[in-house]
Design a protein around this ligand. Structure first.
Ligand code: DX5
Ligand code: ZN
Length: 220
């Protein structure tokens, strides 16, 4: 039920393959891949060639977070690069419904991402197109920021909203500032998939993964 999705934005890119191997050896199943365009968010991260090349060396589930204007332009190329799930920002899509349909039609899972200040009603008319909802708990663009406390109530509200809409099957992913100090609060509120960048890749990767998996085990 619970999953850790380490964000490779905080990895050491000179040793990316080795660090992904450590994740796999320690039971991680998802990899969170942050694509930034320097327009929707202030930074540029990495793009398709990186995704394609890591796909060759790992079987991990690729959860691609598109921090890109009009991400629908990249649906087919993401499929070719080996993405399993593509999450798109409601704020970045002029035609959100069409984009979600296109992602699913390509055979990938589709998720909507909401920035901290974006209300949950952005999801109202795409409830049947969703495989996951990602709530940002920082303003997107950088790793290592602090968790925004107001998002905890938003997670609770979203869980209720999904359940009330008959979408208890849709998990909530939370991204930003998730670490040893905030993990309990995020899980208590109803998140099932936790993105963590700096809290995974700083110092001992294996020990960091064990910390998160220990938290999950306490709740099973
Ligand atoms: C932020 C990215 C995150 C980032 C999280 O814009 O979407 O995935 O890597 O980093 P931490 O876990 O360090 O807050
Ligand atoms: Zn992310």
């Amino acid at each position: 039920m619970y999953k850790l999705a380490p964000s490779i934005l905080s990895a050491d890119f000179a040793h990316l393959g080795d660090q992904i191997a450590i994740l796999e050896e320690n039971g991680v199943e998802w990899l969170h891949i942050d694509v930034m365009d320097g327009a929707f968010v202030p930074q540029i991260s990495f793009g398709m060639p990186v995704i394609k090349s890591i796909r060759k060396s790992t079987k991990l589930f690729f959860d691609v977070h598109m921090m890109v204007e009009e991400p629908g332009r990249f649906t087919e190329v993401l499929k070719d690069c080996g993405a399993d799930m593509v999450t798109v920002h409601a704020e970045a899509c002029r035609h959100l419904d069409r984009t979600l349909q296109a992602i699913r039609n390509c055979g990938m899972k589709a998720g909507v991402v909401l920035n901290p200040a974006t209300p949950l009603c952005a999801l109202d008319y795409v409830m049947d197109r969703l495989d996951m909802v990602l709530l940002m708990s920082v303003n997107p663009g950088f790793g290592g920021q602090s968790y925004i406390p107001a998002v905890t109530q938003k997670i609770r509200d979203l869980r209720k909203k999904l359940d009330d809409a008959g979408r208890s099957d849709v998990p909530i992913e939370v991204d930003g500032g998730v670490n040893a100090k905030t993990v309990d609060e995020v899980l208590d509120a109803g998140a099932e998939i936790l993105v963590a960048g700096s809290a995974v890749f700083k110092d001992d990767i294996a020990a960091n993964v064990r910390m998160f998996h220990g938290k999950f085990a306490e709740r099973k």
